[in-house]
Every structure is written in structure tokens, then in C-alpha cells.
Design a protein around this ligand. Structure first.
Ligand code: UD1
Ligand code: UDP
Length: 350
């Protein structure tokens, strides 16, 4: 049996591997490595428990610090693990610093790399996630793309070998847990009948006082309560910029919620305002209109389908009706079971 090293570190990666790791068991011995990028209980341990993920075989505790320090510590820790475990290949997921570290540590030891969510691109060369994606794809060996735009992006960069459109793993995870979604969210409790859900954490949005304040002010234009399960980075920046006193009254901040709670919150919301890659896709798949508080979305197939509206950092929600009008034909190509196919491809191509 071939040995796979599966590298994760951030909340969205824990969620994305839930369907994958089950399928990997069919062909591979899988060593699960948690870089420790996310370390709060609500961002990591609780998600592992809720999604019944196996305990990581290694935990590298390399979370805090500047991006360079964090990534450097991860590469160092991963190198030690890879040296000892000698995996036949590595699977890295998405576009975080843990993805980048997994790819670099593997390439230095000549271990083949599988990139799940390959080919996703933004227009901004310096977006942290874009740097991670481009470098990771430049040294990967097998490319599992979530949609046809990602395949085309790789093609335009000269990559056509071992490139597969496998669909979106976020959809698989959603399908796996769909039966547990509640029609009224339990957490946070006591929500009004009509509310808006907001999640924000991108560096461009929350590490920039003007942008963050502008988004919060925009949320304040909604006639509805805005439920905002807050990412630790954003909580830190609200404090750092003393934005508490400038928070509109209709914003209800709470701790990050569990995965099922988040899906339940999406299901009953009027619409969603987010900068999250995962939340915008889940919302679109669950039939809810999504406002993107950024200047672009990487998920252009969903935007083309009509369920995502890019609004930037300054928008007006008063009197606005956002209708979900996604084109089922376009959605059909993205929303298909992908984990089984991904693992079959890994087994035959690596
Ligand atoms: C990272 C990813 C981003 C992804 C997001 C998912 C990179 C460059 N960015 O952003 O693509 O969308 O995860 O949530 O990898 N913090 C805590 N506790 C935690 C985690 C973070 O307090 O459990 C705070 C720390 O102050 C930390 C800051 O948040 O310095 C930023 O965390 P980091 O993991 O560097 O980036 P994210 O914003 O989480
Ligand atoms: N999520 C969650 N609780 C929350 C907010 C988000 O479980 O309070 C889940 C969400 O359902 C999605 C994932 O976290 O599956 C998205 O992660 P995040 O927004 O942190 O990162 P991104 O997708 O932007 O990389």
C-alpha cells in the first residue's frame, strides 16, 4: 500500500478533507499532518470532533507569527516528518500557508505533490492565497481542479499534463452533512426571523482599517440583524483599530460556530455577505444569494451562474433584494460527487 502524507492546518482544510480521507483509505496508508496554523479550539479541535476526523499523526504547532516565520516553521517541521515517514506522495489542499509549506517541503525532498483545488486564480498577484496557489501549482505533479475555469487557468500557464476537473470538494462535504442541517439555526440562539449572515477574515479586508470600517458600515445599512461569527483575525483587528465604538447597532458578533451550525445559519439567512471562499460556495450550493465583500471572486463559474454578486468594500444593503437565480445547468457541472473520483485519479496517476 502506498503511503500518503496529507497536510492540513486551517479550518477550511479540515472541512475539505472530511470526505477525502474516507476515500483515501481504499488505496493508501494516510499520515495526517496538522501544521497548527489554526489553533483556537473553535477553529480546529471542535471541527475535528464534529466531522469525526482522525487525530492527526503529527501536530507541528507552527501557528502564530508573521507569514514568513509561520511558513518557515511549517517547512522545517514537515521536512522532519517526511524524512522519517518517507511518504510516496503528498496531498496539499487549497491555498493557505500550510498548502505552500507542504508543497515546498515535499519538492525539496523530491516527493510527488498532489494539489487539491489546483488552478484557482485571482487577478491580484500579491494576494497571500494567490502567492500560495501559484507557487504550489508550479511544483505540483497532479492537479485536481474544482471547475473548468481552473483547468483553463492552468492551460494558459502551459500546464496540461495530469490536470483533471474533479468538481468541488466543498460540495461533497456539504452533501455528506446535509441531513444534519437545521431549518432554524440553534447557535447563536434567539435569532430574529429575518437576518443576514456575514463572515469576514481576508487580510485585504480586515487588516486595512479603511476597508474593514467601510464593510462594517455597509453591513449597517441592512434593515436586518447581521449575524457575524467572527474569525480570530477579524476580532483582533476590531480591537486593534478600536472599531468597537464604530460598530453599527444591527451587527451581532459571536464566536466562530460549528460547521453544521454555519450551514444552518446559511440556510435560514435572507442572504450572505462574505469574503470566504468556502462560505460563498456553500451558500450558492444551498440556494442563497451571496454578496462578496471583495473586488473579485475566484469562483467565477458560480458568479456566471448568477448566485454570487461582487460588491467590493463599500455597498448599500438598504432596500436591496438579492435574488438567487443560479443557472442549474452551470451548477450541475460543479456540484457533483468528487472525492471518489479524486482518489481514483490519485491512485492511477501518482
Ligand atoms: C488563513 C488563510 C486564508 C484562509 C483562512 C481560513 C493564509 C495566508 N491564509 O487565513 O487563505 O481563508 O486561513 O480561515 O494561509 N488566529 C488566532 N487563532 C487561530 C487562528 C488564527 O488567534 O486559531 C489569529 C492570529 O492572530 C493569526 C491571525 O489570526 O496571526 C491570522 O491567522 P493565519 O492563519 O495567519 O491567517 P488566516 O487569516 O486565518
Ligand atoms: N465555517 C465554520 N464556522 C464559522 C465560519 C465558517 O464552520 O463560524 C466553515 C464554513 O462552513 C466553510 C469554512 O469554514 O466550510 C470556510 O472557512 P474560512 O471562511 O475560514 O476560509 P476560506 O474558505 O475563505 O478559505
Amino acid at each position: 500500500m502506498k503511503k500518503a502524507a496529507l497536510v492540513v492546518g486551517a479550518r477550511p482544510q479540515f472541512i475539505k478533507i472530511a470526505p477525502l480521507i474516507i476515500e483515501m483509505g481504499r488505496f493508501f496508508e494516510t499520515i495526517l499532518i496538522h501544521t497548527g496554523q489554526h489553533y483556537d479550539i473553535v477553529m480546529s479541535d471542535n471541527i475535528f470532533k464534529e466531522l469525526r476526523l482522525p487525530r492527526p499523526d503529527y501536530h507541528l504547532s507552527s501557528g502564530q507569527g508573521s507569514p514568513g516565520k509561520q511558513t518557515g516553521r511549517m517547512i522545517e517541521g514537515l521536512e522532519t516528518v517526511f524524512d522519517f515517514e518517507k511518504p510516496d506522495f503528498t496531498v496539499v489542499v487549497g491555498d493557505t500557508n500550510s498548502t505552500l509549506a507542504g508543497a515546498i517541503a515535499s519538492a525539496k525532498l523530491r516527493i510527488p505533490i498532489v494539489h487539491l483545488e489546483a488552478g484557482v486564480r485571482s487577478k491580484d498577484k500579491f494576494l497571500p492565497e494567490q502567492v500560495n496557489r501559484v507557487v504550489t501549482d508550479s511544483i505540483s505533479d497532479l492537479f485536481l481542479c474544482p471547475d473548468s475555469i481552473a483547468v483553463d487557468n492552468l492551460k494558459s500557464e502551459g500546464k496540461t499534463e495530469k490536470v483533471f476537473n474533479t468538481g468541488d470538494i466543498i460540495y461533497d462535504c456539504l452533501r455528506m452533512h446535509q441531513k444534519k442541517i437545521l431549518s432554524r439555526p440553534a447557535n447563536p440562539s434567539g435569532l430574529p426571523e429575518k437576518y443576514v449572515l456575514a463572515t469576514l477574515h481576508r487580510a485585504d479586508a480586515v487588516d486595512n482599517e479603511l476597508n474593514f470600517e467601510s464593510i462594517l458600515r455597509s453591513l449597517g445599512t441592512s434593515p436586518h440583524t447581521v449575524v457575524f461569527p467572527i474569525h480570530p483575525r477579524s476580532r483582533k483587528m476590531i480591537k486593534g483599530y478600536s472599531l468597537e465604538s464604530r460598530l453599527p447597532d444591527n451587527i451581532l458578533i459571536c464566536d466562530p460556530v460549528g460547521y453544521i451550525d454555519l450551514l444552518s445559519l446559511i440556510t435560514s439567512a435572507e442572504y450572505i455577505v462574505t469574503d470566504s471562499g468556502g462560505v460563498q460556495r456553500e451558500s450558492a450550493f444551498l440556494g442563497k444569494p451571496v454578496i462578496i465583500a471583495r473586488n473579485e471572486t475566484e469562483w467565477r463559474e458560480l458568479e456566471n451562474a448568477g448566485s454570487i454578486f461582487v460588491k467590493g468594500y463599500d455597498f448599500n444593503l438598504s432596500g436591496q433584494v438579492f435574488a438567487y437565480a443560479a443557472d442549474g445547468e452551470i451548477l450541475k457541472h460543479i456540484t457533483r460527487p468528487s472525492a471518489v473520483e479524486m482518489v481514483n485519479i490519485i491512485n492511477s496517476e501518482i
